[in-house]
Design a binder for this molecule. Structure first.
Ligand SMILES: Cc1cc2nc3c(=O)[nH]c(=O)nc-3n(C[C@H](O)[C@H](O)[C@H](O)COP(=O)(O)O)c2cc1C
Length: 273
């Protein structure tokens, strides 16, 4: 890429980040135009819905909030221990669970905050090691606390590494979450300003995932380096109205693996950074 193009890309990136909602552009959103709002969540894509446990009382949840905050960290080394369906349900609930509907069907109120309560994300999963679940690609149905099996790709573990741009350690995880954005859900309200808000919103989901995982003694790692096109293709997204933007890897950890975790940051010592 030539330096001028790089400068231009950087400038566009910075402009995208700048809040410009106070500028008088004369822009009118579809909500202001009273156009019908899009569905609050994506409908089931199959008829394979599986009920998830809603009672989390069997989980040894750490209720010491400050301890959970202080022990949150990224984990990239996992044991082969499977996670339970209740643990998976707990993580899904803590990251995108629907607590209430605002109005008749104006918005969902969830366990995470979101600009205008648009909740423009869908959660997909590569389930590799969850007791009772066939390995495959799943979709979370937050209105009913269910998941549906979308497909059973032959080499899920290869997909795991390739979908995260060669981060092959993720193939040892129990589950990889892939977050897509259904753009119009946010654009209906925020229009040309929606996309900056979408990225801010995405952060809340994975922070809750980190904290939820920590609270039940599991390890996880947020992932920005995603092969979006591959994820869209394998999950079955159109790549325009809805596409993958973010991922999060989750698995069981063992304190005996602490040294192996350090290997990911060995370069800091080697290069005396
Ligand atoms: C938006 C975002 C993207 C990230 N992408 C990756 C990634 O692609 N690969 C990875 O190994 N870690 C990734 N991480 C984890 C960070 O490297 C990690 O949070 C950081 O090194 C600080 O470590 P800590 O989470 O243990 O505090 C990402 C974290 C965030 C929040």
């Amino acid at each position: 890429m030539d330096p001028e193009e790089i400068r231009e890309r950087l400038r566009r990136g910075r402009d995208f980040l700048r809040p410009d909602m106070d500028e008088d552009t004369g822009y009118v959103s579809d909500q202001q135009l009273k156009k019908p709002q899009p569905p609050l969540t994506k409908a089931a894509m199959t008829d394979t819905a599986i009920d998830l446990p809603k009672d989390f009382s069997s989980l040894p949840v750490n209720h010491d909030f400050l301890n959970v905050i202080n022990s949150r960290a990224s984990h990239r080394v996992y044991t082969k221990e499977p996670m339970s369906l209740t643990e998976l349900s707990y993580i899904l609930w803590c990251t995108q669970g629907v607590k209430e509907i605002r109005g008749r069907s104006y918005a969902t109120l969830r366990t995470v905050p979101c600009g205008g309560a648009r909740h423009e994300f869908e959660t997909y999963m590569a389930v590799m090691n969850v007791t009772g679940l066939t390995p495959g690609i799943y979709h979370y149905l937050p209105m009913t606390q269910q998941i549906e099996l979308l497909s059973e790709p032959r080499d899920l573990k290869t997909f795991a590494g390739e979908s995260l741009l060669g981060q092959n350690w993720a193939a040892r995880a129990d589950v990889i979450f892939y977050y897509s954005v259904v753009n119009y859900r946010a654009e209906w309200r925020y229009g040309i300003h929606a996309h900056r808000i979408i990225l801010i919103d995405a952060g809340h989901i994975t922070e809750n995932l980190y904290l939820a995982a920590t609270s039940i003694g599991m390890g996880s790692c947020a992932i920005g380096a995603v092969n979006g096109r591959l994820c869209d293709e394998v999950i079955g997204l159109d790549g325009e109205e809805e596409f993958t933007i973010y991922a999060h890897v989750l698995g069981k950890t063992d304190t005996a693996d602490r040294e192996k975790e350090q290997v990911f940051y060995a370069f800091v010592k080697e290069q005396n950074l």
